[in-house]
Design a protein around this ligand. Structure first.
Ligand SMILES: N[C@@H](CCC(=O)N[C@@H](CS)C(=O)NCC(=O)O)C(=O)O
Length: 219
């Protein structure tokens, strides 16, 4: 069955799935949710009225929630890069880190972004300050966690890194990762150099003016 992904190149959660697809050179059609292709938006909303993207279509099977989508890709379209380890306990560590990046990094970024867009009950300044406090706690924990690791969960690139790449990318734009976190800064740089994520970042570059907090002139 052919795969189709509904999403947007600048969206962090779309990028999380794009990284998984690019890692294994999995063929798929990208259906961009934008003003030029209203038919994709209509189909996405028909299929997922909860209005969250990305959404993956595999024939008539549809999947939402990026962690589930990537688990599905590992099961139904596996490639040379195993995104979930075969060992069940090692896979649990990977799932934990995936949750960490979504809940303790990306959610904080989202709070700052939503506040800036007036989609949250906090002012832009309050949202950014709260996000900064949360991100500081996450950065400190990650700095300790990353000691001795090449990738988020150890020696291999996994689902955890698919989640880490866009979340740390945008987190650093929201609340810069300070010099006191050298391992975390180096990990973010390694993620940016990984061809799968480098490609996603390039494809999203034209949309940088959309970042409501102002995109810095780097990366
Ligand atoms: N937990 C969801 C989060 C998806 C999500 O929040 N996607 C954002 C785009 S990056 C979205 O749909 N935003 C639209 C909105 O919240 O209205 C997942 O992992 O797929």
């Amino acid at each position: 069955m052919s795969l189709a992904l509904y999403g947007h190149p600048f969206s962090s959660y779309t990028q999380k799935v794009l990284v998984a697809l690019y890692e294994n050179a999995t063929p798929f059609e990208f259906r961009c949710l934008g003003p030029d292709t209203p038919e994709h938006t209509a189909e996405w909303l028909r299929r997922w009225p909860l209005r969250k993207f990305p959404l993956l279509l595999d024939g008539e099977r549809q999947l939402v929630e990026t962690s589930v989508i990537i688990e599905y890709l590992q099961l139904a379209h596996p490639g040379p890069v195993r995104l979930l380890p075969a060992d069940a306990l090692a896979a649990l560590d990977v799932r934990f880190l995936d949750r960490f990046f979504d809940l303790h990094v990306m959610d904080a970024v989202q709070l700052a972004v939503d506040s800036a867009l007036k989609r949250a009950p906090t002012t832009s300044a309050e949202g950014r300050a709260l996000a900064g406090e949360r991100l500081e706690r996450s950065y400190a924990w990650l700095e300790g966690h990353l000691a001795g690791k090449a990738w988020g969960a150890g020696a291999d690139f996994t689902l955890a890194d698919c989640a880490a790449a866009p979340s740390l990318f945008y987190a650093d734009w929201t609340h810069p990762i300070a010099d006191r976190y050298p391992l975390l800064r180096a990990y973010r740089a390694r993620l940016l150099a990984r061809p799968s994520f480098a490609r996603a970042v390039e494809e999203a570059r034209p949309f940088r003016p959309l970042f409501p907090l102002g995109a810095p002139d780097r990366d």
